[in-house]
Design a protein around this ligand. Sequence first.
Ligand SMILES: NC(=O)c1ccc[n+]([C@@H]2O[C@H](COP(=O)([O-])OP(=O)(O)OC[C@H]3O[C@@H](n4cnc5c(N)ncnc54)[C@H](OP(=O)(O)O)[C@@H]3O)[C@@H](O)[C@H]2O)c1
Length: 325
Amino acid sequence: MKNYNWAILGCGKIAKKFALELKTLPNANLYAAASRNLENATSFASEFGFDRAYGSYEEMVKDSNVDVVYIATPHSHHLEHSLLCLNNKKAVLCEKAFAINSKEVKQMVEASKKNNTFLMEAFWVRFRPKFKTVLELIKNEDLGKLKMLKSDFNFLGDYNPNNRLFNLDLGAGSLLDIGIYPVFTSLMFLGKPTQIKATPIFSPTGSEESITVFLSYENGATAILNSSFKSTYKNDVELIFEKGTIKYDRFSSEPILLHKQNKNKQITFNAGPNLGYQFEAIHVMECLDNNLIESPILPLSTSIDLMKILDDIRQEAGIVFPNHD
Ligand SMILES: NC(=O)c1ccc[n+]([C@@H]2O[C@H](COP(=O)([O-])OP(=O)(O)OC[C@H]3O[C@@H](n4cnc5c(N)ncnc54)[C@H](OP(=O)(O)O)[C@@H]3O)[C@@H](O)[C@H]2O)c1
């Protein structure tokens, strides 16, 4: 197990949560914090114990000691910041949504290949024990075919036209911010849909703030997905099979509920410490240990497929990002 010098690019809200959990990993060295503003970088570095602080992202990627960069800027900037890192041969773990559209994701993937440098979307839930337990249940419980999937991610957000949740220039909208989780769930369990219907609600800035998506599949399965910044917190997944149902809250450490043969069972699992951001970082370092430029668990083809479904939903719903599409 090698030690890796991590850098954070963009010292915002999620970067703080990630840094707290990265700190718990023995082979992750908290090396550099990079912000557009040196004061912000310095305060972030001292709060979490990073060795260096950079007042620009460009300066940080020129530091030959940086091995891997966690990109935590708004999704509108993921293409620019991934290319900056990859073209300077820095391995990249980039937050979801991976970019704004498929055209951008393809450029990121090409840059990874051209530079022979690791790239992965920070889809952290894929690496958490709860998701692994659900996969095992599906494999072992003889539930028959998955016929219907319901999935939500809602929370009540304060309206602020400048915030990345509502500012179209920063990739605003519930779909790319939180709706991406239900879409990812549908991709993992049902694959690519053949038909998409979507009903969006727009905010005063013209950004989408709530959306319901109906998906149907070649094998006759269907999915209903919701995301919203306008209702109370809800983050459920329900997988309805021919012979049983699996239900869980995506993030909580509550047991998974299995309903089978008219009986309910609570499936417990070891959620591990923290919220679970450390698992994706552990996986990145395992990939780097093996000189991989792509994860075998979350390959770039998954990120491409995910973004293509998001593009198709946006097209159906009339959601446009004027500076990107
Ligand atoms: N995995 C998860 O659970 C999770 C949770 C929340 C968010 N996210 C994702 O993480 C990304 C960041 O979200 P966040 O909530 O942390 O956002 P945030 O608090 O607004 O922080 C984003 C940071 O990006 C940097 N930045 C660079 N260019 C910017 C610009 N033009 N406008 C604003 N900020 C800019 C800023 O850092 P500096 O000023 O330091 O340069 C800013 O603090 C998003 O893609 C989001 O979808 C993931």
